[in-house]
Write a protein that binds this ligand. Structure first.
Ligand SMILES: Nc1ncnc2c1ncn2[C@@H]1O[C@H](COP(=O)(O)OP(=O)(O)O)[C@@H](O)[C@H]1O
Ligand SMILES: [Mg+2]
Length: 239
């Protein structure tokens, strides 16, 4: 039997204390097998970003556990967690998070270099990744010399660069036109077809149609899961 690449068990997260307490996630169970693209939907505040942050080792769960590539994140040292974040997981942030003092290519290559990759190879991978998001000519521009949509594509290129096993993308197409969004979705789909697993937060039903499953969150709980076969017409709703 194929093992999941990403496994979340009874995952819960409470933000804040006292009167400010928010149960952002409540007992979420979710397994992603290699090759799977899972869309996460739900209104603002339903826990989508919190879920991605737990899956990407950016924040610690209050209850339950996250297993990435067979490693229970709760058992890892700080250094090992940093490695999971830099090597196993590719994260495309809702707010881009590009460093303004680095060029587009450097924003992508620096994290690779920090992980020990030779600068020339890191630069080569960064340029290849920029080509994939159709920004080949803009490698040496700084973020403030790029449009919002172009910055978003740099953030996507940074999240997808290298052989990542888990891709986490938080509304990655918010600033993009329809044609560019479609090409980004194809790119994420092709990474999954090559063996990665992806969690994609999206509000757009047309983009959720690229997913194998659509998980609907409501108030931090899984409200329903739709499973799709390859033909959209035979979508079965299991909720
Ligand atoms: N760092 C935080 N401190 C306090 N509350 C938070 C924090 N992050 C998120 N929340 C709260 O947790 C809930 C889920 O937030 P979030 O995961 O960002 O939802 P979504 O991405 O679906 O909009 C919301 O009620 C939000 O206000
Ligand atoms: Mg969010």
């Amino acid at each position: 039997m194929t093992e999941p690449i990403l496994s979340m068990r009874r995952l819960g997260k409470t933000h804040g204390v006292g009167a400010q307490r928010v149960d952002a996630l409540v007992s979420v169970d979710l397994d992603l097998l290699p090759g799977e693209l899972v869309a996460i939907t739900g209104r603002s505040g339903s826990g989508k970003t919190t879920l991605l942050n737990m899956a990407g080792a950016l924040d610690e769960p209050t209850t339950g556990e996250v297993i990435v590539d067979g490693q229970n994140l709760a058992t890892l040292s700080k250094q090992e967690l940093a490695r999971v974040r830099r090597v196993s997981v590719g994260y495309v942030f809702q707010q881009f998070n590009l460093l303004p003092s680095l060029t587009a290519a450097e924003n992508i290559s620096l994290p690779l270099e920090l992980d020990g990759m030779k600068p020339a190879l890191a630069r080569e991978l960064a340029e290849k990744s920029l080509d994939e998001v159709e920004l080949g000519g803009m490698a040496d521009r700084y973020p403030d010399q790029l449009s919002g949509g172009e910055q978003q594509r740099v953030a996507i290129a940074r999240g997808l660069v290298g052989p990542r096993s888990v891709l986490l993308a938080d509304e990655p197409t918010g600033a993009l036109d329809e044609a560019t969004s479609e090409s980004i979705l194809k790119l994420i789909r092709s990474r999954c077809d090559a063996g990665a697993a992806a969690l994609l937060v999206t509000h757009e039903p047309a983009y959720a149609a690229w997913a194998d499953r659509v998980v609907r969150l409501r108030d931090g709980r899984v409200e329903g899961i739709s499973v799709r076969s390859k033909t959209p017409s035979s979508t079965a709703d299991l909720s």
